[in-house]
Design a protein around this ligand. Structure first.
Ligand code: CA
Length: 682
């Protein structure tokens, strides 16, 4: 039996699973305690260094570690070691290796030497009072905005001082040269609840020692899981700075009413061979067979989450981010490579202390070489086995914009026919794989693949700019009003584009220059872009105003939402009975992807139009009875005031007609009665 086979046996796990919570360096003013798990080592030493720079010969001391329980080794260093850098030297059959601490809480430049840290000293003022501003809300109440730290601020028109840094995310009062709010002020104005940050732990592909070089990466290449990325700090050399500044960013976002989600990438590491855990316990962290690394991730290695100490490592790491950094949500990259037991345990242990933290990930089915038999993975198709974990709905994404595997294909909003049934399923929060609306993340674009607007331009070059904007808005109106968890890529509301210098669009900008990736704030004052952002604001506000759009169970959806029958081809409509806490007694949502207007008969009553043509919001634009005409390539949403409200009151609140001719109303249509019968619940 090879060592890597042995690692996954019950016997090995019984003997060498350490369950304590003191792995890493535990600082106190009097002394620092070290504990590292290295069950196959013959000896382990701690090296203390003055600086965090790899290769600088400034070792202060080397301390022999003692063998302790369950394959761990311990040592202590007397005195106040705060700010001292350290590594472990491990003697193995494979040779002598020096490695960073997998449980490091911070490091020097480029993550090679860990640093002993008095964590409390990095807390910004008021940190003890810092809370999730969306406490008490559920995952379907979230409106998620996906952002790369650097993309927000690097553009010359951002008006942000700390370009590319954590601190740039929370600068207030920033404006474009034309005076339009940017950065945090813009994000706040969108009304989103959760900011999802692309990987912000220490990753390997950007050289922190050379900030002057043109460098960019999404960051899906983990080096130190529990350490903030150094290139986002104002000083990557001093380990405490990145910790302090990331906490400042989180506090600033919380003060702005925005919860923070981290994109976490436990499924693979930057480099399987040199990853510190694999240096200390050879090939333990990754799925390997005779030195060959499983590569379901496509990144050179897959994490062996099924092994007890990897399982513990992932659970500990997620708990640490929730406890120490007050993180409110986690997005798991390629979670289909991680087993359901690890996912359920980390969800439960974080929620025991922080019940409002939300979890979701990419649940694609992957091919990976497991080290144990019969392990179930956290995929869409196993969604019922991870009930408190949601999955991205590629079903909705692809029906809206066309298959992800064909750039030329177009979807429902751009004129694809025969999509009605799939749109209905997704709107009701149950694509085939999904057992509950609380488990589907609905979206039309994220960092991967082309931006929504680029995809529309690529697949419908024959359409006018104005019509492509309408298609973009229609997509937003579907996923932002659908049952489930709405998610958008930052800048989608600004018709974000990633044009290539030679023409065409970038669909995988993971290492593209800032000129491709940055959010282009200079567009924001142009009327067509400003109007688009306003439309998104209106949709988000409408969703937040109506609990009926945010149901948490399939039963509630079945009970309250019914697809309307007898509509024109491609037109999809829903009648939603208002929840008890909804200001509307009922809501009607209509989608018309056709290039001609469509007329829809309404159930009895006076309906307020809140969303129509290119306008969206919570206030009625006008009220109608009998029927409504829906403009080409647009959504129309109407609400019915609760019965206790007198007709007189509604009349008084009626706003002046704001709609263009395209959304003109055809009142008093006949035949409404038959429709009402079908729609009204007995
Ligand atoms: Ca780094």
């Amino acid at each position: 039996m090879t060592m890597t086979e042995l690692y996954s046996t019950e016997e090995f796990e019984r003997k060498y699973t350490y369950s304590g919570s003191d792995l890493g360096a535990r600082w106190t003013k009097e002394k620092t305690l070290f504990r590292v798990w290295a069950p196959t080592a013959k000896s382990v030493k701690v090296n203390l260094y003055r600086s965090g720079n790899p290769g600088v010969e400034d070792r202060i001391a080397q301390i022999e570690m003692k063998s302790a329980v369950a394959g761990t080794w311990i040592a202590e260093a007397e005195g106040d070691q705060n700010g001292v850098y350290y590594t472990y030297t491990v003697e193995l059959d494979e040779g002598i290796r020096e490695a960073c601490d997998p449980y490091a809480v911070t490091t020097g430049v480029n993550g090679r030497r860990a640093m002993v840290l008095d964590l409390d000293s990095t807390d910004p003022e008021g940190w003890a009072e810092d809370r999730n501003p969306n406490a008490g809300k559920r995952i379907t109440d979230a409106v998620i905005y996906e952002l790369h730290v650097r993309d927000l601020s690097v553009d010359e028109n951002s008006g942000i001082t700390n370009k590319g840094k954590f601190l740039g995310v929370i600068e207030e009062g920033t404006r474009t040269p034309e005076g339009v709010p940017t950065g945090l002020d813009h994000i706040k104005s969108m009304g989103i609840t959760h900011l999802h940050l692309l990987p912000s732990y220490d990753y390997g592909s950007v050289d922190e020692a050379h900030p002057e070089l043109p460098q960019f990466n999404w960051g899906y290449d983990p080096v130190n899981y529990n350490v903030p990325e150094g290139s986002y700090a104002t000083d990557p050399y001093r380990g405490e700075v990145r910790v302090k500044e990331m906490k400042q960013m989180i506090q600033g976002l919380h003060r702005a009413g925005i919860s923070v989600i981290l994109d976490v990438v436990y499924n693979h590491v930057y480099d399987g061979k040199t990853f510190c855990f694999n240096q200390i316990v050879p090939e333990y962290f990754s799925r390997t067979h005779n030195g060959h690394y499983s590569n379901g991730s496509g990144c050179g290695n897959d994490t062996a989450s099924e092994r007890s100490m990897v399982h513990k490592y992932i659970v500990d790491s997620v708990k640490y981010w929730a406890d120490e950094y007050h993180i409110d949500g986690f997005r798991f990259d390629l979670v289909g490579l991680i087993d359901v037991d690890t996912i359920n345990e980390l969800v439960d242990s974080v929620r025991a202390k922080h019940p409002d933290v939300i979890f979701y990930g990419e649940g694609w089915s992957m091919s990976t070489e497991m080290t144990k038999p019969d392990v179930a993975m956290a995929t869409q198709h196993n969604a019922c086995r991870t009930p408190n974990f949601a999955y991205f709905s590629d079903t909705l994404r692809d029906v809206l914009r066309g298959s992800v595997f064909d750039d030329w294909a177009y979807g429902y909003v751009a004129g694809a026919e025969g999509q009605e049934e799939l749109v209905k399923k997704c709107f009701m929060g149950h694509p085939d794989w999904c057992p509950s609306p609380a488990q589907t993340v609905n979206y039309a674009s994220c960092h991967d693949n082309m931006s929504l607007f680029d995809r529309l331009t690529k697949s419908r070059p024959d359409e006018s700019f104005a019509d492509r904007v309408r298609m973009n808005n229609l997509a937003a109106a579907v996923y932002l009003l659908a049952q489930g968890v709405p998610f958008m890529q930052a800048g989608e509301e600004l018709l974000r584009s990633k044009p290539l210098p030679g023409g065409g669009f970038e669909h995988n900008s993971y290492a593209s220059p800032d000129s491709v990736n940055s959010i282009k704030w200079g567009d924001l004052h142009k009327p067509e872009y400003a109007a688009n952002a306003d439309y998104y604001r209106g949709l988000i506000a409408f969703r937040k105003a109506h609990p009926t759009l945010r149901l948490t169970s399939e039963e509630a959806v079945r009970e309250q939402i019914h697809a309307m029958e007898g509509l024109d081809a491609n037109v999809v409509g829903f009648h939603l009975r208002g929840s008890a806490d909804d200001p509307a007694a009922a809501i009607i949502v209509l989608y018309n992807p056709n290039k001609t207007p469509t007329t829809v008969q309404l159930p009895n009553g006076r309906w307020n139009i809140c969303i129509a043509d290119r306008t969206a919001g919570t206030e009625p634009l006008m009220s109608v009875e009998g029927g409504v005409s829906v403009a080409p390539i647009s959504a129309c949403v109407l609400t019915l005031a609760p019965v206790q409200k007198s007709a007189k009151k509604v009349e008084k609140e009626k706003l002046p007609l704001l709609l263009g001719a395209a959304a003109a109303v055809t009142a008093a249509l006949g035949g409404a009665a038959a429709l009402i019968k079908r729609l009204t619940k007995k």
